[in-house]
Design a protein around this ligand. Structure first.
Ligand SMILES: [Fe+2]
Length: 284
């Protein structure tokens, strides 16, 4: 069993690095940490960075998850290989570019690129946003899946993950007390489906809603409240079609939590009646 201890970063290729940095800093409210070697690192909490944008193909996307030690990384490598999953160890330069001490990369059955990282950098400096969106942390991602039950079985059998609720076949999974850290949404290709930042309150979400409306940022969904996690949310679209989310009030669960099955309907995504303009959230 591979023990994930944290969700660390997304690496996103972009054809327009300046545009990505501008959107991240001026609109999402992230802090530019560094810009080097054709990449830019931004954050919304005390991790070194939450997103690395790099000059490249926008379809080139990787999720970084943390394991505790080098021994755990070696054990994870063996576990994945025994399950028939190809793994690739990163060299020192690639680890430096990920701002961690070591990592390996693999693909889930859909083809999503995943880094398992050891000792990712923590920042000694307080997160200082260029726009105060009220962000408290990078909290979860949606991943695209071409077969949700198959990919759920992959994550649950090899990792310390469990599904805490389902919407249709889409599992909302976690490795800790936060209701979901990775959610799998069915579609026909791999990729990161959305990137979530928690905000301190609903006020932050509503402030951003009006702020974005004034600036013609495409609001994809919300403001609303999820039936599953209970979080209030706002989804919006950034460069390269990436969907970002602010949410506040995500449910914490413990071992007494009983996962629930919700139907794949708009009401399961939003109890307030907002309708998603996000393909993976729409019923056929
Ligand atoms: Fe989300």
């Amino acid at each position: 069993m591979i023990e994930i201890v944290d969700i660390r970063y997304c690496r996103l290729g972009t054809a327009d690095l300046n545009g990505a940095v501008q959107f991240a800093t001026e609109l999402i409210g992230l802090e530019l940490v560094a810009r080097e070697n054709g990449a830019a690192y931004v954050r919304g909490d005390d991790r070194d960075h939450n997103i690395c944008y790099f000059e490249g193909d926008p379809a080139d996307q990787t999720l970084g998850l943390e394991v505790r030690t080098f021994d755990a990384l070696t054990a994870a490598e063996a576990t994945l290989q025994a399950a028939g999953v190809e793994t690739r160890r990163g060299d020192d330069d690639a680890a430096a570019a990920r701002r961690c001490m070591g990592f390996l990369n693999f693909r889930d059955p859909t083809g999503n690129s995943i880094d398992l990282v050891v000792r990712p950098f923590h920042s000694g400096n307080r997160y200082f946003p260029s726009r105060d969106a009220g962000i408290s942390e990078f909290s979860h991602v949606g991943l695209k899946t071409t077969d949700a039950p198959r990919d759920e079985a992959f994550w649950i059998s090899l990792f310390n993950m469990r599904a805490n609720d389902w919407i249709g076949t889409a599992p909302l999974m976690s490795f800790d007390q936060v209701h979901h850290r990775i959610a799998l949404f069915p579609t026909d290709h791999a990729g990161i489906q959305h990137i979530n930042f928690q905000t301190e309150s609903l006020d932050d979400i509503m402030r951003s809603y009006y702020f974005f409306r004034d600036r013609q940022v495409h609001i994809s969904f919300g403001p609303g409240r999820h039936a599953t996690s209970g979080a209030m949310f706002l989804y919006y679209e950034g460069p390269d079609g990436m969907v970002y989310e602010y949410s506040s009030g995500v449910r914490m669960v413990d071992e007494t939590w009983r996962p629930r099955q919700l139907p794949f309907t708009a009401e399961s995504f939003c109890v307030w009646g907002s309708r998603p303009d996000i393909a993976e959230f729409q019923a056929d």
